[in-house]
Design a protein around this ligand. Structure first.
Ligand code: LFR
Length: 466
């Protein structure tokens, strides 16, 4: 039996998912799972990449223990965050995470050099204050030395690939989240890089998913007990997740639901029009050079935070169930920046309700109900905008993939409010997309079209009627 392993790391946890093919179906098996979160270090919100890497090794060693050795390994994580390496290939400084406030005001800094509309025309990437471009501007302003000493910028998954193989390659899908890639050429936009005064040499040549990075170093082989290839996948988690949307229909509307809810559709040419910019739609680079025309919605981060704060003894299923029974109709604007990294999410939601003269939620059931209902409202708004951009009413199903597709109450609300059938699953979409890129690279699956057909037959997909 041939195995592949996807290492899928999100803001709240990572997992090693083994995959193999049997009777034309994709079978997955979780072999390892670990927690992840931002930690405060010297007043900054950072990722503990050393801790994550030790989990990456432990999970691989587990594959050996259960006798299922993968032929190749793919890593995906969230986008936008990066690591700078110096001449000795040593990490420069802490790995600051995207929710840190260092980017405050950096949008204006960037726009004083390149007007916002021009930046959008060139990149097609939505404004998110945490995009790499604003983070790099923050580094330039506050720690110019780091930038001067940098030889190479690696996005987070590329850094882990490097730790595994000693080789580094830059990957296209994740690179687009920097807001430094030109959406027409699909390559680094040197004019933007020049104008911002960023060192050109740190941006490596781009490679597509499917490219071989290398084999495990001797040291890693000793730790995990085997050798395997490391291959580039859609290393931006959302690129992998959208590969696993279970439909072949062009133009289908999906929500990749996890820490973020990413709602949109797939297109083959970027829509970098002024209308799209004003609606803040993005055109992130996808597998096979498709584009994800989508919107970031704050997502389950709000629920994850509230659970941590006031309901850590409950699982998400219970919270969802309780929310469905709560009697409160207050709503908040999930996309308000105040919810990006508040000191207390629970308090922030209360404050927002109070300020807008609505009932203030008390306890987990009411708070979660406000969040789920507000998310559903955001989804409907995004759907209307997608319809407006394509000039016709959307007729198909809405596909919800990722861990958030288990939130039954949210799926019900979406079906009810939108009048559309909601198809929920697969829950491990990101890992499945990662595995598919590995399988396609190995010639075991013919291509994206074939892959999506297989997903439909391989995983549980639940239907919610309006
Ligand atoms: C989802 C995601 C989103 C990106 C955000 C920050 O995990 O990758 O696509 O906008 O995280 O990187």
């Amino acid at each position: 039996m041939k195995y592949w392993v996807a290492i899928d790391i999100g803001a709240s946890g990572g997992r090693h998912i083994l995959g193999y093919l049997k009777d034309g179906k994709i079978i997955t098996e979780e072999v390892y799972r670990f927690p992840n979160s931002l930690i405060e270090k010297d007043g900054r919100l950072c990722w503990d990449v050393d801790e994550i890497f030790s989990h990456i090794l432990r999970g691989l060693a587990r594959c050996k223990e259960i006798g299922k050795i993968p032929t190749s390994i793919g890593i995906d994580t969230w986008g936008v965050d990066f690591i700078l390496l110096d001449k000795e290939r040593k990490r420069i400084g802490d790995v600051v995470g995207y929710r840190d406030s260092r980017t405050k005001g950096m949008d204006e800094e960037v726009y004083s050099i390149i007007p916002e509309n021009e930046l959008y025309k060139r990149t097609g990437i939505q404004k998110q204050i945490f995009n790499t471009i604003y983070q790099l501007m923050a580094v330039k302003k506050t720690s110019l030395k780091s930038l001067e000493n940098a030889e190479r910028l690696l996005m987070i998954p590329e850094y882990f690939n490097y730790m595994l193989t000693g080789k580094y390659l830059s990957e296209y899908t994740n690179a687009t989240t920097t807001q430094l890639i030109n959406c027409e050429t699909g390559d680094w936009d040197e004019e933007i890089i020049d104008k911002l005064g960023l060192p050109k040499k740190i941006f490596g040549r781009l490679h597509m998913p499917g490219t071989l990075v290398g084999e495990l170093t001797k040291e890693v082989q000793e730790r995990v007990g085997f050798n395997a290839k490391v291959v580039l996948v859609g290393s931006h988690d959302t690129a992998s997740a959208v590969m696993a949307v279970p439909t072949k229909k062009e133009g289908a509307v999906y929500i990749s639901s996890g820490t973020w809810s990413l709602m949109g559709t797939e297109i083959t040419k970027a829509d970098n029009s002024d209308e799209s910019r004003l609606m803040n739609f993005t055109n992130e680079g996808g597998y096979d050079r498709r584009f994800r025309y989508l919107k970031n919605i704050m997502g389950l981060w709000m629920i994850q935070s509230v659970r941590k704060e006031i309901a850590s003894d409950m699982d998400f299923g219970e919270i969802c169930e309780k929310a469905s029974k709560a009697e409160i109709s207050s709503l908040v604007d999930c996309n308000d920046i105040r919810f990006l990294a508040p000191k207390s999410m629970t308090e922030e939601i209360k404050k927002s309700c109070l300020e807008s003269g609505q009932k203030v939620p008390e306890g987990i059931a009411e708070t979660a109900s406000v969040i789920y209902n507000s998310l559903a409202e955001c989804y409907i708004r995004a759907l209307r905008e997608i319809e407006e951009r394509r000039g016709e009413e959307y007729k198909g199903e809405i596909y919800v993939v990722g861990g958030g597709s288990k939130a039954e109450y949210l799926n019900e609300l979406l079906a009810k409010k939108s009048g559309h059938i909601v198809k929920a699953g697969p829950t491990e979409a990101t890992a499945i997309g990662n595995l598919l890129a590995l399988m396609i690279a190995d010639g075991a699956v013919a291509g994206l079209f074939e892959a999506r057909k297989m997903i439909k037959n391989s995983f549980e997909i639940n239907t919610y009627l309006p």
